[in-house]
Design a binder for this molecule. Structure first.
Ligand SMILES: Nc1ncnc2c1ncn2[C@@H]1O[C@H](COP(=O)(O)OP(=O)(O)OP(=O)(O)O)[C@@H](O)[C@H]1O
Ligand code: SF4
Ligand SMILES: [Mg+2]
Length: 400
């Protein structure tokens, strides 16, 4: 494929909805302003508020993105006056950095706040508080023009390749839309050339540009989503469960494609998944989230071979092993993840933790501490082994 250089300009085209839930429309901007006006001020008396400057686990090398003490509370409103009666604490004070060229895996159960983190980073939703520094600029300080320019460098691939592509637009229009938005000075033939290049880059024929999304399989649709995200030559991609909706056989192909693109284009990824096995091969480091907080963050090897947090141990024990001769003890966590509307006091994991001790675990929020170089965990008893079990089905956590 000819790799002609792509010349960025400063287009002023209107945002068209090629993807649902994607880039914001003017209505979104107004809604965001309303959200910002109505946003619940963070109450420092709340139990979950940190008392000290948060630790920010950075990767090796120059940081491209640094997230500091990020919170996103969704207000719950009641009555004719729409008074805020409670907050859904979707993200509750998380900090991490992503170094240039690395992949940070972000893993956690459904509802732990992963998508909210990804959308806050791109300001598709407005965070309640915190800082998001991209190349040393706080994204939250940018006005709409600067934010649009910044978004050329930060793009997102959505989880659901069926819902995220506009069924009424051709593939060529979908992939070409970011070019119209960000590089409006490109002529029609230059844009068509660029779309053809992008389709080839993700392993699709340029002839597909006249077809519609429903004519493609899930894996092909996700490739279209990746091509669209790459259109502006970004440096950073949020990959929100990009393979979760795909068949297992197709998952590996898409993960391999993402790895090849990363090598070729020098991309940096935040790779969101709910399963540790999905991010194992692609991640440089992995962060484990639970109820809006980071429980553990470490390099891939350290996290998989020597996890320190009981929640990580439980997640790892659920990862299937291909060799039937290898016996694993499964740690079964009782119950579902609690609601972020009313998270447990102290350590948010204490209602399901097999080694919780009281009163400390229900009274004191464990800070994220660097226990070994580059290996962070938020647990008062990090590294303690879980109780042994004789149950062949695995260990059932004893609830307090
Ligand atoms: N717009 C919203 N208004 C109110 N609550 C919301 C909103 N968006 C998300 N939430 C809540 O925030 C919490 C975190 O949601 P989020 O989608 O970030 O989780 P997730 O880890 O991505 O889950 P999944 O694995 O299911 O995608 C959930 O309890 C969810 O119900
Ligand atoms: S702080 Fe306590 S409840 Fe939380 S994970 Fe550690 S041992 Fe379990
Ligand atoms: Mg999600």
């Amino acid at each position: 494929m000819p790799d002609t250089p792509f010349i960025p300009g400063d287009g002023d085209a209107k945002l068209a909805p090629a993807i649902t839930g994607g880039l914001p429309t003017p209505a979104d901007q107004t809604a965001r302003q309303r959200d910002r006006d109505a946003k619940p001020a963070h109450d420092p008396r709340e139990q979950s508020a940190p008392q000290t400057t948060p630790v920010v686990p950075l990767g090796k090398g120059e940081p491209l993105l640094v997230v500091r003490d990020l919170r996103k509370y969704f207000p719950v409103k009641r009555g004719v006056l729409a008074r805020v009666v409670a907050n859904v604490k979707a993200v509750d004070g998380i900090s991490f950095g992503v170094a240039r060229g690395e992949t940070l895996g972000l893993v956690g159960e459904s509802g732990s706040g992963k998508t909210t983190v990804g959308r806050c980073i791109l300001r598709l939703i407005e965070p309640t508080s915190g800082r998001i520094e991209f190349e040393n600029t706080n994204v939250l300080d940018l006005d709409s023009g600067d934010l649009r320019r910044m978004r050329r460098n930060m793009q997102i691939v959505f989880q659901d390749p069926y819902a995220s592509l506009n069924p009424r637009m051709t593939v060529g229009a979908i992939v070409g839309e970011p070019l119209a938005i960000h590089f409006g000075e490109l002529g029609a033939s230059e844009r068509a050339d660029r779309v053809a290049q992008l389709l080839e880059k993700v392993g699709l024929s340029p002839d597909y540009r006249k077809r519609y999304p429903h004519e493609f399989s899930g894996g092909q649709r996700q490739r279209i989503g990746v091509a669209r995200a790459l259109a502006t030559n970004p440096k950073f991609l949020v990959l929100d469960e990009p393979v979760s909706a795909l068949d297992v056989s197709v998952q590996a192909q898409v993960v391999n494609l993402l790895q090849d693109l990363q090598d070729e284009l020098g991309l940096t990824y935040l790779f969101i998944a709910h399963d540790l096995s999905v991010v194992e091969h692609i991640s440089t480091r992995v962060a484990v989230m639970y109820l809006g907080k980071v429980m553990e963050l470490a390099g891939r090897g350290a996290l998989y071979e020597d996890p320190l947090h009981p929640y990580t141990k439980a997640l790892l024990s659920a990862v299937p092993v291909p060799d039937p001769a290898v016996k694993k003890t499964r740690i079964l966590l009782k119950g579902d993840i609690p609601t972020p509307l009313n998270p447990p006091s102290g350590c948010v994991f204490h209602t399901r933790c097999p080694i919780a001790q009281f009163p400390i675990c229900s009274a004191e929020v464990p800070p994220l501490v660097e226990h070994k170089p580059g290996h962070f965990a938020a647990c008062h008893f990090a590294g303690e082994s879980l109780p042994a079990t004789t149950d062949p089905e695995g260990l059932t956590a004893t609830l307090p």
